[in-house]
Design a protein around this ligand. Structure first.
Ligand code: FAD
Ligand code: FES
Ligand code: MG
Length: 276
């Protein structure tokens, strides 16, 4: 019997979908920073998506995903009333949320969904939260309204300048620090170049910086080794040791290379799917 019924699906930006899925056990246990591993159909591969929201009473979880390849496109073709073959989770260590003081939270692209539970939980602990979100262009900005309502301050950047500051989220963070803003913690989730840039901005200031890493994951339980990352010169598995790590210790170049490891196979698989 299939359990994971799609309650609703909407397109929130071009090729970016939000899905609410029935998953009562996961909804009861979910914490900020955790993720699930899905299998869309019987023959599908396993792939991770972040828990953006959850409702323990209604037994639902919310996912936001960008259609980039076979699995995310297959998921995007399902509709309300359809079932997802398997959803395992919650996986990964919850983010350590407590009172830090002044916190800057940076979200880029589809990973902006991930920072929503961070910001909500940080506010519950009484932190002053400055949120910085960015995307390539205005139509791809996610959760601006929700994050504006939660945050003490919000800044926006777009690569093409169609909304907010023209440039990257790391440029906005740099500008704030140069203006004399003080942060006790910076947290970032987004594409690898963005997380690396944030780490380089905060390094000279000595501000503790946490990033949520997104290496290729398969089992999500520390057994397959796919999500191997190097942090502080040590081998770590992002699914069980992370996904949050000290940004100043992460080998981002290795992470980037490992994320590109199967690009040819992924392209061929997508072509096969589109031709069939
Ligand atoms: P493919 O064509 O197979 O892959 C496209 C690219 O995605 C690859 O080149 C590779 O860099 C990456 N990728 C492929 N397979 C995996 C995999 N098994 N695990 C991780 N990355 C992979 N994306 C979202 O849109 N929303 C999210 O909330 C989200 N949360 C994530 C949370 C974690 C902890 C991690 C590790 C990744 C997350 N991702 C998220 C990325 C998402 O898993 C990939 O975009 C997805 O697996 C791509 O699969 P595909 O078959 O559609 O594309
Ligand atoms: Fe297999 Fe982490 S995903 S070890
Ligand atoms: Mg794939």
């Amino acid at each position: 019997m299939k359990n994971f019924r799609i309650i609703c699906k909407e397109e929130i930006a071009p090729e970016i979908k939000r899905m609410v899925v029935s998953a009562p056990i996961i909804a009861r246990k979910a914490k900020p920073g955790q993720f699930v591993i899905l299998k869309v159909d019987e023959y599908g591969e396993r792939f991770p998506l972040t828990l953006v929201d959850w409702n323990a009473e209604e037994g639902t979880i919310t996912l936001i995903f960008q259609e980039v390849g076979v699995s995310t496109k297959k998921l995007g073709r399902l509709n309300a009333g359809d079932y997802i073959e398997d959803v395992a989770g919650p996986l990964g260590n919850p983010t350590e949320i407590k009172y830090y003081g002044r916190v800057a939270v940076v979200g880029g692209g589809v990973a902006t969904g991930l920072i929503y539970p961070w910001v909500r939980a940080l506010k519950k602990f009484g932190n002053h939260v400055t949120t910085i979100i960015g995307a390539r262009t205005a139509s791809l900005l996610l959760m601006e309204k929700e994050l504006s309502e939660l945050s003490d301050e919000i800044y926006i950047s777009t690569d093409d300048g169609s909304k907010g500051v023209k440039g990257f989220t790391s440029d906005v963070l740099k500008m704030l620090l140069e203006k004399g803003e003080k942060f006790d913690l910076v947290m970032a989730a987004g594409p690898v170049p963005m997380m690396r840039a944030v780490a380089e901005v905060t390094r000279p200031y000595g501000i503790k910086t946490i990033v949520s890493l997104n290496p290729i994951m398969v089992d999500g339980t520390g057994m397959c080794g796919c999500c191997r990352v190097t942090v502080g010169g040590k081998r770590r598995f992002a699914c069980v040791d992370g996904p949050d790590f000290d940004a100043h210790q992460v080998d981002f170049r290795e992470l980037m290379n490992r994320l590109r490891m199967y690009v040819e196979e992924e392209k061929a698989a997508l072509q096969r799917m589109e031709e069939s």
